[in-house]
Design a protein around this ligand. Structure first.
Ligand code: DCP
Ligand code: MG
Ligand code: MG
Length: 347
């Protein structure tokens, strides 16, 4: 049974939201990100990309390449509001939705009885609904598996749609650069290019055992990916349910004060992880400790933001559960898919 997978990804997401909300920005190079002093671009529109700008580029360098670039600060509340709407559109089509980030998801529409089960027409409808409800454009990739659907959604960006039918896979994959394959980052690309491999048809010539010898377990995936094959299923529960950080101390902590200091150091790390995960909504805070007798304690409290003040307030409540010094401290958040409009992640 052939799967029908749609991958949807919004175009220059943060910058497009800003453009939508301020029509004066239309036609100008626009980026969203940090300041010129140490900041980087979160993203930029396609006009700015023509100047060679891209996500994660230092803002200072971006301004050098494109002096009339307009750089706006991030406004996560607005991006999350748009994300909530697009997810609701996905869930109206099928419950088998795997969100990858705020602007992106896989949908398994194999058994969706809409548009005579044409995944391409379903994708068109999703794009149309997204535009009607958010005035934002998205790109869609339609293919028999996740690997190809994601590659396809990137092909005609912005506002693109690209379908790879089962019988087209061999031709499509033949001249595809290996760097487009899932999991092939800088290091793997370099290793492959040292083996004179740049395209999938060249990679297909390597045996499974050769690939395993060079790349370990990932060699196995590569063997199938370079043939356009991918067994990964759309996993509706993949979105992270919690995010945490912890530290085991080289010498045990003997006082509440020492624990508060340790908490202060762990906290920024937690914020970074939350921000990287692009989580929609916090539902509770979690603290955990292990004392030097290896007794473990956990404290969970409902909360809608990860504030240091609340963690500090909860800390004595968990510390007093043990009479022994503390060897490990962990803090974290539990996440909820449901966005509550008044209460949301505050960084
Ligand atoms: N993002 C970020 N830092 C990065 C990459 C992305 O903060 N290094 C944010 C900003 C993007 C959003 O995530 O708008 C979505 O990321 P995408 O990779 O989907 O990129 P865009 O949607 O911006 O552009 P594209 O049109 O290529 O999808
Ligand atoms: Mg995007
Ligand atoms: Mg994306």
């Amino acid at each position: 049974m052939v799967q029908k997978i749609i991958h949807i990804d919004l175009d220059y997401f943060y910058a497009q939201v800003e453009e939508r909300d301020n029509p004066k920005l239309k036609g100008q190079p626009v980026a969203v990100g940090g300041s010129e002093n140490r900041g980087v671009l979160a993203t930029c529109n396609y006009i700015a990309r023509d100047y060679g700008l891209h996500s994660a580029m230092p803002t200072k360098l971006a301004k050098e390449k494109c002096p009339h670039l307009i750089v706006l600060p991030t406004n996560m509340q607005k991006y999350k509001a748009a994300s909530t709407i697009i997810r609701q559109i996905f869930y109206k089509i099928t419950p088998i939705v795997e969100p990858l980030s705020l602007d992106e998801a896989y949908l398994d529409v194999t058994d969706v009885n809409l548009h005579q089960n044409s995944a391409t027409l379903i994708a068109k409808e999703i794009k149309h609904q997204i535009f009607t409800e958010t005035q934002l454009t998205a790109s869609a990739g339609i293919a028999p598996n996740k690997l190809l659907a994601k590659i396809a959604s990137d092909l005609n960006k912005p506002n693109g749609l690209y379908t790879i039918r089962p019988k087209e896979i061999d031709t499509f994959i033949h001249h595809l650069p290996v760097s487009k394959l899932f999991g092939v980052g800088h290091a793997t690309k370099k290793k492959l290019s040292s083996l004179n491999i740049e395209y999938c048809h060249q990679l297909q010539k390597l045996s499974l055992s050769t690939l395993q010898a060079h790349f370990g377990k990932f060699g196995n995936s590569l063997y199938y990916y370079c043939r356009g094959m991918d067994k990964r299923v759309v996993n509706p529960s993949r979105m992270r349910k919690s995010i945490s950080v912890e530290q085991t101390f080289s010498s045990d902590l003997n006082s509440l004060e020492a624990c508060q200091t340790a908490l202060g150091k762990l906290y920024p790390k937690l914020l970074t992880r939350i921000s990287n995960a692009q989580a929609l909504c916090i539902s509770s805070l979690v603290l955990k400790i292990t004392d030097n007798k290896f007794n473990k304690y956990t404290l969970t409290r409902q909360a809608h933001e990860a504030s240091l003040e609340y963690f500090s307030l909860l800390l004595p409540m968990i510390i007093t559960r043990t009479a022994h010094p503390i060897r490990l401290l962990g803090i974290g958040v539990q996440l909820s898919e449901k966005e509550n409009k008044q209460l949301s992640l505050k960084l």
